[in-house]
Write a protein that binds this ligand. Structure first.
Ligand code: ZN
Length: 322
């Protein structure tokens, strides 16, 4: 892949994790726009040498089972998910979808390791925050954020992880899957009236009224995230950078502009950088008919975060007190 082998010590290089299995044919009866991960990859390839590409291993079943119900993991990996669960997910879990479902959490985990080494890394998929213990939901099969966080903690790589979820939908599955684990905190800022109707309890939930715009959103994000960061002092942020708070999004009920989304990433990156906290970013929601426009919003997020965070000396990160 273009850019492979770029020297990672170059200031400003952005580490990106991608697996070919992310880009699959849409299964029949799918309403999910499957093309966006390929479009994100293509737009990042066009960035040339500033991107360093990384290929993840699929997440081993044992680590999926450390987060999800083992019966559900087996149903997915053998592509025998009951129809009622497939309806909840939003598409059938074919063998191709099953391969993708294991690759994505592997990618988020690798992005976390890269972030701890370099300050920032991005997965070109993931952010599957609605997946619950024994079923997927809302276009999510396995919860890559929870799987990665739990594995990082259980391997002793971090003592405190904060999952920051700015998708317009609440990170309900992530909250449920990480509840009772003091090493993992969850923050979700979302439209109160968006899916899911019944919300879970994150460490900190910030529900927003419909049609909130850039200024109110950014002020609320900063006012609520700063105290949590300073209270928890995470050693790593897993960042679900959904772009569905965008005003033109097909599903979202908020009213951010593209400039507002970019300002959001700049704010999160600045808060992390000021505290020396590495950030691993996943994709997340973003819905509409124009796949390229949505992919461009995701790529803006990755490049904006990378520009703020990847220019740091690698040694400034990952040396936090344990
Ligand atoms: Zn969403």
């Amino acid at each position: 892949m273009a850019g492979a082998g770029s020297p990672s010590y170059l200031i400003g290089v952005i580490h990106v994790v991608h697996h070919p299995a992310y880009v699959t044919e849409a299964p029949a009866r799918s309403t999910y726009r499957w093309g966006k991960n390929g479009a994100i990859r293509d737009l990042l390839v066009a960035e040339g040498e500033r991107i360093a590409w990384h290929l993840p291993e699929p997440m081993p079943a044992a680590w999926l089972e450390a987060t999800h119900d083992p019966d559900y993991v087996a149903e997915v990996l053998t592509a025998q998910v009951p129809h009622a669960k497939e309806r909840r997910i939003g598409f059938p879990v074919t063998p191709v979808v099953a391969t993708r479902a294991a690759a994505v959490p592997g990618g988020t985990y690798l992005a976390a390791l890269l972030a701890m080494a370099h300050g920032f890394a991005a997965n070109t998929a993931g952010g599957s925050h609605h997946a619950l213990p024994d079923t997927g939901a809302g276009y999510c099969v396995f919860n890559d954020l929870a799987v990665a966080a739990i594995r990082l903690v259980e391997e002793g790589r971090v003592d405190r992880v904060l999952i920051v979820d700015v998708d317009v939908h609440q990170g309900d599955g992530t909250a449920v899957l990480t509840a009772g684990r003091p090493e993992i905190a969850t923050y979700s800022i979302h439209a109160e009236k968006n899916f899911p109707a019944r919300k879970a309890r994150s460490t900190l939930d910030v529900p927003l009224a419909d049609r909130i715009g850039d200024a109110d959103y950014l002020a609320t994000l900063e006012q609520t995230l700063v105290p949590l960061l300073d209270d928890m002092r995470p050693q790593l942020i897993l960042y679900q950078a959904g772009v569905d708070p965008f005003g033109g999004d097909r599903l979202g009920r908020l009213d951010l502009t593209l400039a507002g989304l970019v300002a959001r990433e700049r704010l999160v990156a600045r808060l992390a950088r000021e505290r020396g906290v590495p950030v691993a970013c996943t994709v997340g929601g973003g819905y509409g008919d124009d796949v390229m426009a949505i992919a461009r919003r995701h790529v803006h997020a990755i490049l904006t975060l990378g520009e703020v965070l990847a220019e740091q000396e690698a040694g400034a990160f990952g040396a936090g007190d344990r």
